[in-house]
Design a protein around this ligand. Structure first.
Ligand code: KE4
Length: 430
């Protein structure tokens, strides 16, 4: 069944005359899966609706925020009510401390925090803070982990222990990434070697505790604990980027799931209930280095925006009050979907590796276990592209890249699980 996309096609042509690639964020262009992206008019619960009257079951959830489904009434009402009192003041409000208290309830490691408007800002500033606090320049990140598009984090995968960072994007001067070491994920020896090569020079490690930006890759047993031990031993900070995993894999993120306490945490996505919001926080002695208290500068016109605060408060309140039902429900539904499709692939002898942590998961089109970016890269991206297009034709919208995580929401019903498995039967027979 091929859906009509005539209105979306016209809108895509118009958009390409205005926006590079017709989009305001590259992954939305469907370049790695082929086909043209449908243009959406609205969404409700687990379903997306496009300009041509088609509907799709949503498995990318605005890249994470929509854990309660789209247009969740308490969040919508909170935004509506706040909007009537002005969209932005650029001054302090009680709502900022109210949302911060909910964040601290979920993340006890966050003694102090600051709101920003994106995950990029949160991660960029956390790095600056770590450098300012330690007086050191080097940072360690991991291949396949993405922490937003600030220059010093746009490093080409593969720069090893000794070699300095190599720009991963045009426009990033080599000098900007010369202190960035990109190491393989799930490899503690590589981290130990980096600290041996740069004694007393490494300000921090930043990582996705469960990688989502190479597709879903869980930490190996003992890996996060090992990073915590190594950073403590060398006086470096451990920054856990929970922009995607925060409030997702558990209400307290991956640091609660794996019982590891970072020095700094970065947050985004769910924290703003779908509105632009990020945050970074952690040890008070580190956070107090931030202006206006300390010498590390950071600022933002829309930081702590009242609409984002209202949406975040409504979303976190619902997650906190209903935690005991929400996370087991997400676990069950996601397991049924992820494992159900894996079983269909097995029946058809299609190589498929399924990685899942809670309600984030990825089907890798490879027969190998996927434990780092190199193994994720053995995936047959053309096969994933065919699968993506075939599922979209069946009304199931997966993240348009083999190297992204899919998400399930509390709005996905048992019927939606059946719908997805039925679509996969067709798509994997194509
Ligand atoms: P934003 O600046 O996009 O709000 O957050 C950057 C970021 C930081 N850390 C992690 C772990 C992230 O996943 C992200 C952003 N995620 C991507 C998709 N995986 C956002 C989607 C996009 O780029 O369009």
């Amino acid at each position: 069944m091929s859906l009509s996309h005539s209105r979306s096609h016209l809108l895509q042509q118009k958009a390409e005359a205005i926006f590079p690639g017709g989009v305001n964020s590259p992954v939305r262009a469907f370049r790695s899966v082929g086909g043209e992206p449908p243009f959406l008019t609205h969404a409700e619960g687990a379903w997306l609706y496009d300009e041509d009257g088609n509907r799709y079951l949503d498995f990318f959830g605005s890249w994470g925020p929509m854990i309660l489904g789209h247009a969740f009434p308490p969040v919508v009402e909170a935004i509506r009510e706040a909007a009537g009192r002005s969209a932005s003041f650029g001054a302090s409000t009680a709502a900022e401390a109210e949302l911060a208290a909910l964040v601290q309830q979920c993340f006890p490691s966050v003694e102090k925090l600051r709101f920003v408007s994106s995950g990029t800002e949160a991660c960029m500033t956390a790095i600056r803070l770590a450098r300012g606090f330690t007086g050191r320049n080097f940072i360690i990140k991991f291949e396949g982990c993405y922490h937003g598009h600030s220059d010093c984090l746009l490093v080409k995968a593969g720069s090893g222990v000794a070699t300095l960072g190599i720009p991963g994007s045009a426009g990033v001067p080599p000098e900007t990434v010369m202190y960035t070491l990109a190491l393989p994920f799930n490899d503690l020896e590589a981290v130990r070697a980096a600290f041996a090569a740069h004694p007393d020079q490494i300000a921090c490690i930043i990582l996705e505790p469960v990688v989502g930006n190479a597709g879903t890759i869980p930490p190996a047993p003992g890996y996060l604990e090992g990073l915590r031990e190594i950073t403590r031993e060398h006086g470096s900070l451990l920054i856990i980027d929970e922009v995607m995993t925060g409030f997702r894999v558990t209400l307290g993120g991956a640091q609660r799931l794996y019982n590891v306490q970072p020095d700094l945490t970065t947050l985004g996505k769910i924290i703003g209930g779908g509105l632009p919001c990020g945050a970074f926080g952690g040890r008070a002695d580190v956070m107090n280095c931030l202006a206006p208290l300390g010498p590390v500068y950071q600022a933002g016109t829309l930081s702590g925006n009242p609409l984002a605060m209202a949406a975040g408060i409504a979303m976190l309140n619902h997650l906190i009050v209903n935690e005991q039902t929400i996370y087991p429900q997400l676990e069950r539904a996601t397991a049924q979907i992820a494992e159900g499709v894996a079983a269909i692939a097995r029946e058809r002898n299609i190589p498929l590796t399924t990685n899942r942590v809670g309600s984030m998961f990825t089907w890798f089109f490879t027969s190998q276990p996927v434990t780092d970016f190199a193994s994720a890269s053995t995936s047959d991206t053309a096969a994933f592209g065919r699968f993506h297009r075939a599922m979209l034709d069946q009304g199931v919208w997966l993240p348009p890249s083999q190297f992204e995580a899919a998400f399930v929401s509390t709005a996905h019903t048992a019927e939606d699980v059946a719908f997805t498995l039925n679509a996969a039967h067709t798509a994997l027979s194509a």
